[in-house]
Design a protein around this ligand. Structure first.
Ligand code: ISL
Length: 578
């Protein structure tokens, strides 16, 4: 069995600071707002908060473009507010993870300003600067064909010094050059700044983009577009593991937890190399596959579809791999970069919404790994509905995509139906919707007379914390029960072994697995119906042993070894007999 650690037993609640609670009526969430909700968060049964970036930033990418890692974005509060948050969390036996964005900075960061000031500035090599290429007609061209993750070339020409700099995200998010030892030490000092103040660890943003192939070669050409992904040369490059080990040594000066965001790298072997225990690198990672299940073959917004077989395959893979390498992983379905799993992988239609939200909670909290939930998941928050037009979407990613396609279609909005369909499912905006606290104007997120920074989903009238908090049948009540169940059954649900039920046993629409604690013999069978139809399942072990229902989102309907799962039904049955 896996060795024990506090960060394996933690359950993490992700807060998008702009969208959680506005305490001063400026329409934007803030740190005092988070502080005011600590007792609510604690009452759910989670113990760790991951706060998306709150640092000084021009906010071109909602704070993932940091201009000073030791200062706080003024509308969110101050360093003292963060200290209060840390202290209050600690006195409630809770922890705080910060977002560590060190693959890139804002172009307003002092380091970049120096770097771009002259070719011989000592910080010139803290970023990637390259000479232009000259084509046959004598025109200036980018140093390579890499495409920015947000569209267009990843290279930007700087007139002042006549060179291009690399920015894999926005032009205002230049990539740091981790090859440079001085840059790395400066970044470690920034980390210590927060660790010294008591921060309990980091979620490391775009972690595996920090080591690029040293020659920055052209990406493989897969279509006739001017720019190509290039990810094969900028993700998980040759020095990645060296950098992580060096960073880990800094973390180990403290008692921390870390989770690395692992984009583009999906194969078992490469992923295990980050989390295998004997390598002493990361505690866990976010592999992107779980939030990519309905992506198109080439791009996020390409037409794709979710099938329960995908979640079965991804879940089985990581649950199987981690024990083999004595590693650990995160378990998540939602974050601030995607549409809500409820709306994408199940159904937010009124007749299914509550049941489906409970089913997903059952999934998230019965696997081996540290669960991460996104604020609002506990009340079944959903995507913006189809009644919202393009103007409701303000994030750069969806906007850039919409504008690019619109341009290619001659500016005709009436031809954008397929694009809107994609945006309605997958836009990052959905994961960033303001928290729905009650049914007053602005959902109790902000003052009734203020204009919130982004759309509040009009379904808040029926879907909010206040309307669920005292209702024993609510989604919120179910999350609390599930979180308590996980805590009481740590041996089984956190550390127990995982055995998948085969598709032959469950049918292709039902995900089923068994968790077992080898010391006590306690076994749990988890059945999750990922379809909007009733499903009949036969579980042989139910006929052989005594099982009791631990939790279910439906009326138990189990005769001997036959189980009927209602649409989006979930059942956990446990046996204490070996
Ligand atoms: O790797 C990806 C696709 O497989 C990307 O999704 C990539 O991992 C992701 O876009 C990185 O996201 C993070 O860094 C961005 C920021 O905009 C996101 O909000 C953040 O989560 C740039 O800092």
């Amino acid at each position: 069995a896996s060795s024990k650690a506090w960060w394996k037993e933690a359950v993490v609640y992700q807060i998008y600071p702009a969208s959680f609670k506005d305490s001063n009526g400026d329409g934007l969430g803030d740190i005092p707002g988070v502080i005011s909700k600590i007792s609510y968060i604690k009452s759910l049964g989670v113990d760790t908060i991951w706060l998306s970036p709150i640092f000084a930033s021009p906010q071109n990418d909602m704070g993932y473009d940091i201009s000073d890692y030791r200062a706080i974005h003024a509308p969110y509060g101050t360093v003292e507010d963060v200290q209060t948050l840390i202290d209050q969390l600690h006195s409630n036996s809770m922890k705080l993870l910060m977002d560590l964005v060190v693959n890139h900075t804002s172009d307003e960061h002092a380091w970049f300003k120096e770097s771009r000031s002259s070719r011989d500035n000592p910080k010139r090599n803290w970023y990637f600067w390259r000479d232009p290429k000259i084509d046959n007609e004598g025109n200036r061209k980018e140093p390579n064909n890499w495409k920015s993750i947000f569209g267009g070339s990843a290279w930007h020409f700087d007139e002042h010094t006549g060179q291009y700099y690399l920015a894999l995200f926005l032009p205002s998010q230049p990539d740091l050059n981790w090859e440079n030892g001085d840059m790395r030490q400066a970044s470690y000092d920034d980390m210590r700044f927060w660790l010294d103040r008591g921060v309990d660890g980091f979620r490391i943003d775009s972690m595996n983009l920090m080591s690029k192939h040293p020659d920055l070669p052209d990406g493989k050409v897969i279509n006739d577009e001017p720019y190509q992904s290039g990810a094969e040369f900028f993700a998980s490059g040759p020095k990645m593991h060296d950098y992580i080990r060096e960073m880990r040594a800094v973390f180990d000066e403290y008692d921390t937890m870390n989770v690395g965001e692992l984009g583009f790298t999906k194969d078992e072997l490469s992923v295990s190399e980050y989390v295998a225990k004997d390598r002493h690198e990361l505690n866990m990672v976010f592999t992107g596959d779980i939030v990519d299940m309905d992506f198109g073959a080439e791009a996020k917004y390409g037409r794709g579809s979710f099938h329960p077989r995908k979640i079965r395959q991804i879940t089985d893979m990581w649950q199987r791999v981690m024990p083999k390498v004595n590693g650990w992983n995160s378990v998540y379905l939602d974050n601030h970069d995607s549409g809500r799993s409820l709306s994408r992988y199940t159904s937010d239609a009124p007749e299914h919404r509550a049941t489906a939200a409970k089913m997903l909670a059952t999934y998230l909290l019965t696997l081996s790994g540290t669960p991460f939930m996104l604020a609002g998941q506990e009340i079944g928050m959903a995507n913006l509905g189809k009644e919202y037009g393009p103007e409701a979407y303000i994030d750069v990613e969806a906007r850039n995509y919409y504008e690019a396609v619109l341009k290619s279609r001659g500016g005709d909005h009436s031809k954008m139906g397929d694009v809107m369909r994609e945006i309605q499912l997958k836009a990052r905006d959905h994961g960033r919707l303001p928290m729905q606290w009650d049914n007053s104007a602005n959902a109790g997120f902000s003052g009734e007379c203020t204009q919130p920074w982004m759309t509040i989903n009009r379904d808040y009238i029926n879907w909010n914390v206040a309307s669920q908090i005292d209702d024993p049948n609510s989604v919120l009540a179910y999350w609390r029960k599930m979180l308590a169940l996980r805590k009481v059954n740590t041996d089984l649900l956190t550390y127990g072994s995982y055995t998948p039920l085969s598709e032959g046993d469950t049918g292709e629409k039902v995900l089923g697995y068994e968790r077992q604690c080898h010391e006590t013999g306690k076994t749990a069978v988890v059945l999750l119906n990922f379809s909007d139809r009733e499903q009949k399942v036969q579980i042989k072990s139910f006929a052989q042993r005594e099982f009791e229902v631990l939790i279910s989102n439906q009326e138990p309907n189990i005769k001997a070894h036959n189980v009927t799962l209602m649409p989006h039904g979930a059942i956990i049955k446990a046996s204490y007999v070996t």
